[in-house]
Ligand binder design. Structure first.
Ligand code: TA6
Length: 287
């Protein structure tokens, strides 16, 4: 049997060719479906049966070996943001990851385990669990002889019914760096609304964040462990127009709520030490 056949589970996990000729896994569980590209181990879609898709995907996204996918859940590693002469947000999201194992649990939940072939001094594993909710686990181990730093972020793009109708809770009284105004600030609002470009790195927070979307009649819940940073981003009008892989009006239908360890929350691992970040995203009807 070919390797791909060993990883396929009939009716549950299918390996096929997706956009741009990139390989992807198509997953179907009793409660949901998902698509994950090997390019970047990129979760491109997740949808609970009978619900709107949970994740946003730009209609203008590139699907090419040397470009990040615009939407879904890019894996940002080992740095967040720009770095002189290097790709923004690190190299993990444009690397070809290996799918090592697929399993299905008694309740039908599907687990897929990916590995980054070259983690630049780190051993990096990523486990995606597709079921009632979407589980993401990023494991990073320092394979060097010295301390090593890294930043990581699961840069999740959520689909919303309309950006002017949603509110984000869970970050009140949390400090953040406002990348638009380039100032440190304190979140004083229990309900964050998006009324312009928002690009905020909230630090020292392990809080659950929720996105209330009356238009879809749903509440999206983002729980995490091993993560002390939460990033909230919407490009709004001008930045949307400046991105070739993002539609001019697409800012109206998405918001990024990202879970990671970035900036002051970057992680330092001793030789051989491992850190694990877990994120679970789910949704339920709004009461
Ligand atoms: O997470 C927010 C952010 O850092 C923004 O500043 C914006 O650059 C966004 O990421 C998208 O970055 P990308 O490199 O994917 O265009």
């Amino acid at each position: 049997m070919s390797e791909s056949n060993q990883l396929e589970i009939p009716g549950v996990v299918t390996l096929t060719t997706g956009e741009g000729g990139l390989r992807k896994a198509v997953i179907r569980s009793p409660r949901s479906s998902a698509e994950i590209y090997l390019h970047g181990a990129h979760v491109a879609a997740f949808q609970r049966h009978g619900e709107e898709p949970l994740l946003f995907m730009s209609g203008s996204s590139a699907f090419a070996p040397d470009k990040p996918i615009r939407g879904g859940i890019p894996i940002i590693f080992p740095w967040f943001g720009g770095r002189e002469g290097m790709p923004a947000h690190g190299f993990a999201r444009t690397a070809e990851w290996e799918l090592g194992e697929t399993t299905v649990r008694v309740d039908g939940t599907v687990c897929l385990r990916f590995a980054l072939p070259d983690g630049g001094g780190f051993e990096v594993g990523y486990t995606v669990t597709v079921g009632e909710s979407l589980g993401l686990e990023l494991s990073v181990r320092n394979t060097g002889d010295e301390d090593a730093d890294f930043e990581s972020c699961l840069h999740t793009y959520f689909l919303v019914s309309g950006i002017d109708g949603i509110s984000i809770t869970g970050l009140s009284d949390t400090g953040y760096f406002d990348k638009v105004r380039e100032v440190e600030a304190l979140e004083t609002s229990p309900y964050i609304r998006i009324e312009g470009e928002v690009d905020r790195v909230y630090s020292d927070t392990a809080a659950v964040v929720e996105i209330e979307d009356p238009g879809f009649g749903r509440l999206i819940r983002i729980e995490k462990t091993g993560s002390n940073s939460t990033v909230v981003w919407n490009p709004w009008i001008a930045k949307s127009r400046s991105m070739a892989d993002f539609g001019d009006e697409e800012y109206l239908r998405m918001v990024c709520v990202e879970s990671g360890n970035v900036a002051r929350n970057k992680i330092t691992l001793a030789a051989g030490e491992r850190s694990v970040m877990k994120v679970e995203v789910g949704s339920r009807p709004l009461a």
